[in-house]
Structure formats: structure tokens, C-alpha cells
Design a protein around this ligand. Structure first.
Ligand code: ADP
Length: 608
């Protein structure tokens, strides 16, 4: 039942996403698949006219036949390019769906490694699973013309139900259509029972094989991912990983071929009894129709219509059943897909607009704030009560894992506190519209991410941007001259992924671009969350101080596990195991016995 509900949902989603495609495709399929049946009907009518010696009716029948044929072919041909285009658009949309979901789901799901793995699996399944939405689309594509043939077959076979049974000789009661239909239904039921028994028998092996295939697909995508990743190119070459990986690939594809062949053979074995049974049913029907005509229960002309309809139907039926079976053979993957798609979206808590203040008077006060990551019992932040003044520079220091980044995630509302509150201008931050609240912060995270778009777009994070403003910002971070020298300047693509004339930049330049992006946003609160962790303490100090000059009179938070960057700040908060254990200026804290003084003495040698 659950399985049925999931498929129902998948079909509904497919038809919703591809409304235009399916409408056009169904019209085209009806036009195309009806062609042979129209031929059978008119052939029957013409032969009937001939047997009745009614020659005058023939020209008009031929004209009708040719006109219908012309119109149907015109519709099918005219729709062809439209259907092809719409289908590629639909596939793009289907592939984008899980990634779009990643952007809208609550951030704590998007951040969890479990969900990321789930996304990777779903993306892989999109191409390889029999029950992913794109594959169901393929099945719909294959099955629709066959289903139309079956419907036409039933319509054309309908004269069988109105045969003249009185003309049957004595003792031929079994030729009554009612009885024949009953026999057929029994034969179909037997075929289904055989089918189910065989598929149950080979089901276990099939499931194991599908699991093996999944594993082989996973390795395939993983290794190709590495091979295509420019970052890993250096190691791959230096350690001569290429030969090994190519050999692995070869072995892997041989093995996959073996699995696929075995799978196919099993499937074929399953199909043989059913196809055989259908064949027997066809012969029986031919014999039945022949006898009916012989006994005068059916007009001779109908032989064409009935036998042609029958042969089309019999060739379509096993295909439909085969596609149906392939589709439902791995329903768990569809369940995985929907489990992912049903993860809660970012809660739309808060509707209060954030006041636009030219004076940047945004004041933050935190009261008794504690926090544990979802699914974890352990409090990562414990009972924090602190307030922050407008325009001051704050350093958040502490050892790795002491909760500094988590604190920033809460301040920026990527997460909400488990206990306690954050107030912004005396109002609970939760009450503000989340999108507007996000606008308050310009953050450079440790794991900042640049994208393969143009330099201008990277800084502005928008397809269109103010050239002068971007250039001024780049000048501030010291990249202006570098960009001016590039032939395409701000329109230069970062990396060569999308554009051959793209420009690769060094790690330091990337960092500057990330900083420029936070400055361009011109947010009232600036945050630097250790984007410099990989640099030496002196360079980090220079970058932090340079950034401090750029943020001017805005409120700023500087996060670091090193203390070099805290010296110039107005106020320093020392984090330890999720608590703020000290607060004060550098001068005050170095005098005071405690964590800060210990850390300072341990690290001071680097700053002298
Ligand atoms: P810091 O920035 O001081 O290095 P973090 O705030 O990143 O520390 O991490 C504090 C603690 O929270 C660490 O123990 C870390 O393992 C844990 N943590 C960080 N992010 C997550 C997450 N997404 N899910 C669960 N635990 C996390």
C-alpha cells in the first residue's frame, strides 16, 4: 500500500513538473500510435465494401483514410521538436530538484554529513536506479505508446462481443464470447501466479545484485569526481594514481557488465513463461476468430481488423508488464528520495521587518543562551550572557572546538538557541524576518566558497552588479590592479570550468575575493571567522588588521584560535568548552591569571 502511495506521489510530481511536456507527448503519442489502427479500420471497411460489391463507397473511404493519416502524421511530426525540447527541460528540472531542496531545507539538515551523503546517493540514483523520477519518466515514455495500442486493440476487438451466436453449430457452446473471456482471464491469472513465483525465487539474488550494482555505481561516481576535480589533479599525477584508477575502472566496468548481463538473463528467464503464455493466447484467438468466420458468426472483412489488432496488442502487453516490473523493482530508492525531499524547510519564524538604519545602530544582547546541535545531547554553548555595543570590535578567541563558530551561527540565526535568547535592539531576534535578519551580517567563514562565475558576480553574489562599487571594493582589498589588467576585467570567469579565458587565482587572492564579497554587501555587522586558519600568525594578523581598517565604524567580530588578531580589538571574549570564561581588553587579560594569559604566553613567541 505504502509502495503504491509512493508511486502515486512520484507520478503526480512528474506530471506537475512536466505538465507541458506530458500534454504534448500524450497528444503526439496518440497521433503516432493510432496510425496503424486507423489503417486496420479502413482496410476492413474497404474489404467489406469489396465483398459487398459496393464499389462506389471505396473512393470516399480512401479519401477519408488518407486525410486522417495526413492530419495525424502532421500532428506527430510538428510536435516532435517541441516534445524533445520539453523533455530535456523536464530532465534538467528533475535533476535540479534535490539540489534546490538542499537550499531551502533547514540549515542544520543541510549542514549534516548524513544529509549530504543522502543527497549524493540521490543524485547517483537519478541516473542508475530504476525507480528514480527520471527513470520513471523513461518508463512512461516507453509505456505510453504501448498502452495506447492496447486501448486501440480492445476497441477493435469489440465486435467479438456482438457476434451472432445463433449461427454457431450445436455442441459449440464454448465459442460463446463470455466463456472465451473467462478462459483468457484464467490464463492471465496463471501467468501472473507464475510470474510472482519466479520473481520471488530470484528476488533475493536480484536484490543482492542491485546492492552490488549500487556499490559499483558509487565507486564509479566517486572516482570520476576525483579525476575531474582540479584540486586533486596534483596528487593524482605525482603519485601516479591515474594508471591505478584507470585499471580499477576497467575491472569495475567488466564486473558491472557481468552483473548487468546476469541481471538481464534472469529478467529474460522471468519473461519467457509469460511471453510463451501470451503466444498461446494469440494462437487460440486466431483459431477462434477463424472458426467464427467459418461458421458465419463474423463477417470475413473483420478478420483483418481482429487479427491485426490482436497482434499489436500481444506485442505491446509483455512490454508494458516488463516496464512496470522494472519500475517497481527498487522502490526503496524512491522512499529515500522522498525522505530527503520531506526534510523540513527553513522555518519561516518571524515576520517583523528589520529597521533600516543609516547609523548602523544595531545592538545585540544575549541572555542565558545554551545550544546543542540537533540530535546531540551535549551542550556546545552553555549559559552565555553577553551584550555587544554598536561600532566596537570584538575578538572571540579560544581553542579549536570551544564553540566560537557555533556562537556566530547562532548570532546570525543559522541556528536558533536551544535555551535563552538573543535580542536585537531589545526585541527577540526570532521575531525578525529571517531573510532581513541575514542582511545584517557580512561574514567570511573559514570554509568560504567561491563559485565558477565571473569575478564581478563572485563579489556581488548577483548576476548583475554595480561595476564601480565592485572595483572600489576590490581596490580596498588590494585586488583592483590585478583585475584591471585582465582582458575581461570583472567579467573574467573564475577558473576555466565555464569559460576558456577564465582565470585561476591563488589562495591568497581567493581569500581577498571572499573578503571583498563581505565588504560589498555593506552589512552593519562584519564577521571574520578564521578564513586565515591555514596562514601563519603574522600574515593572519596583517589580514585581520587590514580588514579592521576596511570595516571602519561598523560592529565587527573577529574569530580566531590565535591571539594575534585580538590585540587591536576593543573587547575580547575567551571561549572555553562552550562558555565565556573571560572578557576584557588585551591589556586587562594579559595581567589576569587565566586561559588568555596562558594562551598568550604559549603563542607569544610567534608574534615577537
Ligand atoms: P570552534 O569554532 O571554536 O573551533 P565549533 O563551534 O566549530 O568550535 O565547534 C564546537 C563543537 O561543536 C565541537 O565539538 C564540534 O565538534 C561541534 N560541532 C560543530 N559543528 C557541528 C555540527 N554541525 N553538528 C554537530 N556538532 C558540531
Amino acid at each position: 500500500m505504502k509502495r503504491l502511495a509512493i508511486f502515486k506521489r512520484a507520478f503526480k510530481d512528474l506530471f506537475n513538473i512536466g505538465k507541458r511536456y506530458y500534454t504534448l507527448f500524450f497528444i503526439q503519442s496518440i497521433a503516432r500510435s493510432s496510425l496503424p489502427f486507423i489503417g486496420f479500420i479502413y482496410m476492413t471497411l474497404i474489404v467489406d465494401a469489396l465483398t459487398r460489391n459496393d464499389l462506389t463507397a471505396i473512393p470516399s473511404l480512401i479519401v477519408q483514410f488518407l486525410s486522417i493519416l495526413f492530419v495525424l502524421q502532421l500532428i506527430a511530426g510538428w510536435l516532435e521538436p517541441l516534445v524533445t525540447n520539453e523533455e530535456s527541460l523536464l530532465l534538467r528540472k528533475l535533476f535540479a530538484e534535490p539540489n534546490k531542496k538542499m537550499l531551502t531545507m533547514h540549515y542544520h539538515y543541510a549542514e549534516s554529513s548524513e544529509v549530504r551523503e543522502q543527497l549524493e546517493l540521490i543524485n547517483r540514483n537519478m541516473m542508475s536506479s530504476q525507480s528514480s523520477l527520471p527513470m520513471i519518466n523513461v518508463r512512461v515514455h516507453e509505456m505510453t505508446p504501448k498502452l495506447i495500442s492496447i486501448i486501440w486493440g480492445i476497441i477493435l476487438l469489440s465486435p467479438l462481443f456482438s457476434i451472432n451466436t445463433t449461427s454457431l453449430p450445436d455442441g459449440f457452446w464454448w465459442m460463446h464470447p463470455g466463456f472465451i473471456i473467462l478462459v483468457f482471464l484464467i490464463l492471465i491469472a496463471i501467468s501472473v501466479v507464475i510470474q510472482v513465483t519466479i520473481s520471488k525465487k530470484s528476488g533475493k539474488r536480484l536484490t543482492a545484485m542491485l546492492a552490488e550494482l549500487k556499490q559499483s555505481n558509487a565507486t564509479f561516481f566517486y572516482e570520476y569526481g576525483i579525476l575531474n576535480d582540479t584540486q586533486s589533479g596534483k596528487e593524482i599525477r605525482l603519485y601516479k594514481l591515474t594508471d591505478k584508477m584507470i585499471k580499477n575502472k576497467q575491472a569495475d566496468s567488466d564486473y558491472t557488465r557481468k552483473l548487468l548481463t546476469e541481471n538481464y538473463k534472469r529478467f529474460r528467464a522471468m519473461m519467457v513463461p509469460m511471453t510463451g503464455l501470451f503466444q498461446i493466447m494469440t494462437y487460440l484467438t486466431y483459431a477462434y476468430v477463424g472458426l467464427l468466420v467459418l461458421f458465419g458468426a463474423l463477417p470475413v472483412a473483420l478478420i483483418i481488423q481482429l487479427s491485426s489488432a490482436l497482434s499489436q496488442m500481444v506485442s505491446a502487453l509483455p512490454d508494458v508488464i516488463q516496464h512496470g516490473m522494472m519500475m517497481i523493482s527498487s522502490p526503496n530508492e524512491l522512499e529515500e528520495y522522498y525522505r530527503f525531499m520531506d526534510l523540513p524547510d527553513e522555518e519561516v519564524v518571524g515576520s517583523l521587518p528589520v529597521e533600516k538604519r543609516l547609523d548602523n545602530e544595531y545592538h545585540f544582547a544575549i541572555k542565558n543562551m545554551s545550544f546543542a546541535y540537533p540530535g546531540s545531547e551535549e551542550a556546545v554553548l552553555k549559559n552565555i550572557t553577553e551584550s555587544f555595543e554598536v561600532g566596537k570590535k570584538y575578538a572571540i578567541v579560544g581553542e579549536n572546538g570551544s564553540g566560537k563558530t557555533t556562537f556566530i551561527k547562532l548570532l546570525t540565526r543559522l541556528y536558533e538557541p536551544t535555551e535563552g535568547t538573543i535580542k536585537m535592539n531589545k526585541i527577540d531576534a526570532k521575531k525578525y524576518d529571517l531573510r532581513e535578519y541575514f542582511n545584517l551580517f557580512g561574514v567570511v567563514f573559514q570554509d568560504y566558497h567561491l563559485v565558477g562565475f565571473s569575478l564581478g558576480q563572485n563579489v556581488s553574489v548577483h548576476p548583475t552588479f554595480d561595476h564601480n562599487k565592485v572595483m572600489t571594493t576590490l581596490d580596498k582589498v588590494g585586488l583592483g590592479d590585478f583585475v584591471r589588467k585582465l582582458p575581461n576585467q570583472l567579467d573574467t570567469y573564475l577558473g576555466t570550468e565555464f569559460d576558456d579565458s577564465g582565470q585561476s587565482v591563488s589562495g591568497g587572492q581567493e581569500q581577498k575575493l571572499a573578503i571583498a564579497r563581505s565588504l560589498y554587501k555593506d552589512a552593519p555587522v562584519m564577521i571574520l571567522d578564521e578564513p586565515t586558519a591555514a596562514l601563519d600568525p603574522i600574515t593572519e594578523f596583517e589580514i585581520y588588521q587590514n580588514f579592521d581598517n576596511l570595516v571602519e565604524d561598523k560592529t565587527a567580530f573577529y574569530i580566531s584560535h590565535r591571539l594575534s588578531s585580538s590585540k587591536f580589538c576593543d573587547d575580547i571574549l575567551v571561549f572555553d568548552k562552550g562558555e565565556v570564561i573571560q572578557r576584557g581588553t588585551h591589556k586587562e587579560l594579559v595581567k589576569e591569571d587565566g586561559k588568555y594569559k596562558d594562551l598568550w604566553s604559549a603563542q607569544a613567541q610567534y608574534y615577537q
